[in-house]
Design a protein around this ligand. Sequence first.
Ligand code: DAH
Length: 393
Amino acid sequence: MGRKEPASRSTGKALPEVDYEKLGQEAVERIASAGDLDALEALRVEFLGKQGSVSALLKTLGGLSPEERTEVGPKIHGLRESVSEALTARKAALEAGVLEARLATETIDLTLPAPEAPKGSVHPVSQVMDELAEVFADLGFAVAAGPEIEDDWHNFSALNMPESHPAREMHDTFYFGENRRAPNGGRMLLRTHTSPVQVRTMLQRGAPLRIIAPGRVYRSDSDATHTPMFHQVEGLVIDRDIHLGHLKWTLETFLKAFFEREDIVMRLRPSYFPFTEPSVEVDVGFAVESGPNGKARRVLGGGGDEPGHGWMELLGSGMVNRRVIEFAGLDPDQWQGFAFGVGVDRLAMLKYGMDDLRAFFDGDARWLRHYGFSAFDQPTLSAGVGSTVGARS
Ligand code: DAH
């Protein structure tokens, strides 16, 4: 038995009469009138799919003799090309139509809430500093600033804390190396309080003065209620006739505005600070209430001697010591005034109900998301200086 030649290889056999041009025309017409993308896809499969008619024709090329292939090949390839061009063109037209139809019929609902963009929040310390600035601006105080890297004259000596003063100890103060000296020869250090801003501002601006100075301060101290860096706000009023009564009224007005409670009760206790004479410590009355988690918590308001109440030490203050006024270049027989200093972090904790100071400076974004404030939550005295959005109890 001889080998069976594939039928089409037999040169003697005539090629099937196919009108490729007509096939092409028909295909292109059908494609051009495809009504939608689904119909177009069905046509693509019909012609060019694995089992498609044009694909089938292409497959026959392999069985032809070289001469036949030279004759029929270009026609079949031409057919496939015009079909695929027609498909591409119709697809583009249909897609454009779909888009146009969507544009013509779809409307945007402007009343829907916009998707929320990720945003940061204002740290409670910054928020409270803004609130302090707002309250004191209303009382005619400007905001003053001084360097965090201080020399020992401004931080200690000029505040009537002589060389031997215990607060100068290495234990409390972060000193710079001996080789780094201030222009006045003094040692450099991280300021241990905001009080040097009193001296700097008197030296720079003279009197009269009404300033607050919020800022960072540093002490070598670390536990649940102390961090090596914390925040204070200093207050200073210098004029000709300022007395303790002004101090008391100012602090009372400030505490009522800041804590947004009329029932804040203050108690002044005699105390000692080198830079004030006389010095007073200010206590504020609080009530013991049970918090949301059942734990007892202190809420400012009411007299500390009432049943279920107590006194909390809040800040230090007094009449500015004559020696400080002198050191700051003013005549203490003409100028006198009061000063106070208070922990900003403490104020924030009391007002907004945080209980761990260390969390303030951990930089944990989850804490900030919880306790932080919206950037739009600007404190204003007229609206109640506290936050309406970020405040949690
Ligand atoms: N500087 C003091 C401290 O850091 C706080 C202070 C007390 C400031 C009394 C004052 C003041 O202005 O009069 O502990």
